[in-house]
Design a protein around this ligand. Structure first.
Ligand SMILES: [Zn+2]
Length: 288
């Protein structure tokens, strides 16, 4: 071997050693990264896995990797240790995910149980709406007054033919007018009603002039009579308030009115009955 050859041989050996060292350093750095990441998994999973065996296994793999890192780590050895640590860390991470999912499910179950418990303790009312509230949902209308020059047609009655009820007015202070014989009969009915119930008969509407009937028809549709045909326009009808608890189908007041009204000439027409063509528990007419 010449000097040159020896020199080359030496350089080659140095290069090979350097290459091997570089490879070892590279493997070592990779293992250190794996170990650091796995240690974070181990630390973060404390108390957050159902069975600590996976953490014990990871701790053992890390311990072995630590020992290897304390000395020179051959690439093959580093690869094996890195794989072991990675696998153990993955199992811990999986166990931690399962633990967290179980925690979430338990929390949801607890929340649902609490909701059910509250519902059982205080059942939701079937209806929060006042059953005695008025059944009228349209715009307000008020009773009408007769005119001096009324021609006697529907909704155009003269004052001379009408009498106001003595005991009540509408919310505008307007007196309730009816055709005089109808008013006189209702006065007598009211005396009997008051004797029975301790208060006057409530009136919501009585006479209705033609213009008001036109407005009602426009606002309410077929619930209101065709203008010119309503018995209110003849001064022969009243509406009691649309209060179901006071005057509704099953109320004692309505039962009384149906039982005693006819003797005073006041009835609920067939069409207004509950099974009639246009049920209106509040509507009564004078037939006397
Ligand atoms: Zn009516």
């Amino acid at each position: 071997m010449s000097d040159d050859a020896s020199q080359v041989s030496g350089l080659t050996a140095q290069a090979a050693q350097a290459a091997a060292q570089s490879l070892t350093d590279h493997s070592r750095a990779q293992l250190e990264q794996v170990v650091a990441a796995a240690r974070a998994v181990l630390d973060g999973s404390a108390g957050h896995v159902a069975d600590d065996a996976v953490r014990t296994a990871l701790a053992a793999a890390l311990s072995e990797a630590d020992q290897a890192l304390a000395g020179t780590v051959a690439p093959a050895r580093a690869a094996t240790l890195g794989a072991s640590v990675s696998t153990a860390a993955a199992q811990v991470a999986q166990a931690q995910q399962a633990w967290q999912a179980a925690q979430t499910a338990a929390a949801q179950a607890a929340a649902q149980a609490a909701v059910r418990a509250r519902a059982a303790a205080s059942p939701t009312p079937t209806s929060s709406v006042d059953p005695c509230r008025t059944t009228y949902t349209g715009p307000p209308f008020w009773t009408s007054v007769p005119t001096a020059t009324g021609d006697g047609s529907n909704g155009n009655l003269p004052a001379s033919s009408m009498t106001a009820l003595s005991w009540t007015t509408d919310s505008h202070g307007t007196r309730f007018y009816l055709l005089t014989p109808a008013a006189q009969a209702l006065e007598k009915l009211n005396v009997a009603f008051r004797a029975a119930f301790g208060h006057n008969l409530d009136i919501d509407l009585a006479y209705r002039d033609y213009a008001t009937q036109v407005a009602m028809r426009a606002a309410l549709g077929t619930v209101a009579a065709v203008p010119g045909t309503s018995p209110h326009g003849y001064g022969k009808a009243i509406d009691v308030p649309e209060l179901p608890c006071e005057y509704g189908w099953s109320s004692v007041q309505r039962a009384w009115l149906l039982a005693h009204g006819p003797s005073f000439g006041w009835v609920q027409p067939a069409w207004a009955l509950q099974n009639g063509s246009g049920p209106e528990y509040w509507h009564y007419e004078y037939t006397g």
